[in-house]
Design a protein around this ligand. Sequence first.
Ligand SMILES: [Zn+2]
Ligand SMILES: [Zn+2]
Ligand SMILES: [Zn+2]
Length: 343
Amino acid sequence: MIATRMPVRVAIAAFPLVTTGWPEGERPANGVRTGRTPLPSVRRDRQRGRMAPPGHHCDHPASGGDVPTDTLRLGADLTVTTLCDAAGSFPEPLEDAFPDAGNTGRWPMHVHCHLVRTPTRTVLVDAGVGPEWAPAGEWFGRPGRLPEELAALGVDPSEITDVILTHLHPDHIGWVVADEDAPKPYFANARHVVQNAELKWLRDSGEEYEELYESHIKPLMDAQLLVEVTGAATLDERLDLVLAPGHTPGHQCLLVDAPDRPLLITGDAFVHRGQMTSAGLAYRYEEGTEDAAKTRRRLLSVAAERGVLLAPCHLDEGVVLVESASEDSFRTTAMARCPNTVA
Ligand SMILES: [Zn+2]
Ligand SMILES: [Zn+2]
Ligand SMILES: [Zn+2]
């Protein structure tokens, strides 16, 4: 008997999937242009980019016996590249950030962005800690190097068609603007896609994120480059946004729905590898502890069941394969590691 299986994009959706696509029309009240942003065609130069042969590939020397990778090819014309914006020690000890982890001391944190290339789109998922003047650059004690990472791939910021913001914490939107004195969009031709609930949360956060809103979100609105979506949305036939709330109220993931090997870019659904093996492990700065745990359980279960690779943001494991161990615990295998090590 052949069982009919629901598509991964449906299995992984937080709510019954309503594919909204892009909202139509103008909403001048808040300066957000909705609807499809007309975009210039994307120049693609496969020779200059480090496009990998099938399977894992990396230009860096292997270290520690692991398989480092930066570009993963998923199918004939779909690649996902991990870009390491920054790597260092998390500013707070583990026992403060994860009170129930049972471990103490400093812990390494990477800040990864992902570049997804399809025949028609060049999509950046998250925008790192930013330059040294950006709030997260200061907090993390080092500026990001996303521009260099993109340059190494031969990708000019103007070629990015979409910037997917998994959420609006400062370490995920650092590079969306350039120029401290008069911030303006750095990815000048990209629509920047955020969940409506996330934007509302940031606005309602008052003083805490007021400056960040002014410096990093308002310039995108003024340039009519910010697109708000509600719930699941489809970017193109292989790219889907999936709501994954908890870390923040409007947190979202990007599903790269490759036919043989789907991959989910998980933003901050998992901040530490302990949250991948134990879905209930709470991170102190989650906005909704229960929702966050629920989201992790759901993502891990679907990943284990359907063989969806997970690409978290802050781990040195760039790409992870998940197996279910019991209801709340999972085994993970690193399929790729970031070549940058944290001293
Ligand atoms: Zn890294
Ligand atoms: Zn976050
Ligand atoms: Zn983060």
